[in-house]
Design a protein around this ligand. Structure first.
Ligand SMILES: [Zn+2]
Length: 324
């Protein structure tokens, strides 16, 4: 699956055409010409009827459009890719850093390890013993640990549950049930196609969890605590969300250096980081059957959980920046 993603990304990024500038709907009239000059278009969440949140360039008045375009191009060119040791998602896509301006150098997905928990759940990796979100989280974390993986979650310095993927997990499940076709249309642009059967299975599981009394914990921070109690590292991030795009990274063994982006463009320039290359391994490692088609569905569900999280937290003006 992710070979096709990579191949398609190469094709896609190598063939930017004239329809691109016409579709750059997120640029305001006053600054559209500097974007046109770049002649590169990145898809936005809004093009797919996604992005019901607030995080994104349209809601910012501290951003220079030319700088933003430069940043997108440099990110897309892989200029901020740095090596990681891990093979599965471990830290969150969150663009922020800790109080020292740092992040753990590890593969990223929405919620860190919780992306494997939720994506695995939606994709069919849950077992009958996973009666609550907490039980599911604890089991998946211990399963990953047993396979030699580090696990991680995060909060921030001003919230009870500072991780949006965790805080809004139920809303994200709901969003998947309501926007499955929009999300599928987005991921199909990057070489991931969902069959009707896969879409139905994922939506049904999301609906089952929403309808299941007491599945989702009322105290959202209790999930972060359960993860830490079972060995997950914890990052405390600081400040407000300044993400201006979604880096969709398919370069194996790498992530995006958030600190280096800030150092080059300014402290208000952040991106969400999705290390999609790591989803396939994660899916295999939590797949209860070992069957390839189940691993594929789980990997796709992890992908959907990442898109849905971005869509719930992010604004339609967020661009997706593929790094192939
Ligand atoms: Zn998070």
């Amino acid at each position: 699956m992710f070979e096709s993603l990579k191949n398609l990304l190469k094709h896609f990024t190598g063939s930017q055409d004239s329809e691109s500038s016409a579709r750059a709907t997120h640029d305001s009239p006053s600054n559209s010409h500097s974007t046109k000059a770049s002649n590169i278009h990145y898809h936005t969440l809004g093009e797919f009827n996604l992005g019901i949140g607030t995080i994104g360039p349209t809601n910012r008045n501290d951003i220079d459009q030319k700088t933003l375009t430069d940043m997108y191009q440099a990110v897309a060119a892989g200029k901020f890719n740095i090596p990681v040791n891990g093979a599965v998602p471990e830290i969150c896509v969150d663009g922020r850093t800790d109080k020292n301006g740092n992040r753990k150098q590890a593969p990223c997905a929405a919620g860190g390890t919780l992306s494997i928990v939720y994506g695995g759940d939606l994709g069919g990796a849950a077992t009958a013993s996973d009666k609550t979100e907490t039980e599911l989280t604890v089991r998946i974390i211990n399963m990953l640990k047993a396979k030699g993986h580090a696990t991680g979650v995060h909060g921030d310095d001003h919230s009870n549950c500072g991780c949006g993927a965790c805080a809004k997990a139920k809303t994200i499940y709901q969003h998947i049930t309501e926007h499955i076709n929009d999300i599928a249309a987005l991921v199909s642009q990057y070489g991931i196609s969902l069959t009707d059967t896969e879409k139905e299975a994922i939506v049904q599981q999301a609906q089952n969890r929403i309808n299941q009394p007491d599945f989702f914990a009322d105290d959202r921070s209790s999930i972060l605590q359960a993860a830490q109690d079972n060995g997950s590292i914890f990052e405390e991030l600081v400040g407000v969300h300044n993400e201006l795009g979604i880096a969709l990274n398919t370069k194996p063994g790498t992530t995006i250096d958030r600190s280096a982006i800030r150092a080059r463009y300014g402290s208000q320039y952040d991106v969400f980081v999705v290390d999609a290359w790591s989803f396939g391994t994660a899916a295999n490692d939590v797949n209860p059957t070992g069957a390839e088609q189940d691993a594929q569905r789980i990997a796709k569900a992890i992908t959907l959980q990442n898109v849905a999280t971005a869509s719930v937290l992010g604004h339609g003006s967020l661009s997706i920046i593929p790094i192939a």
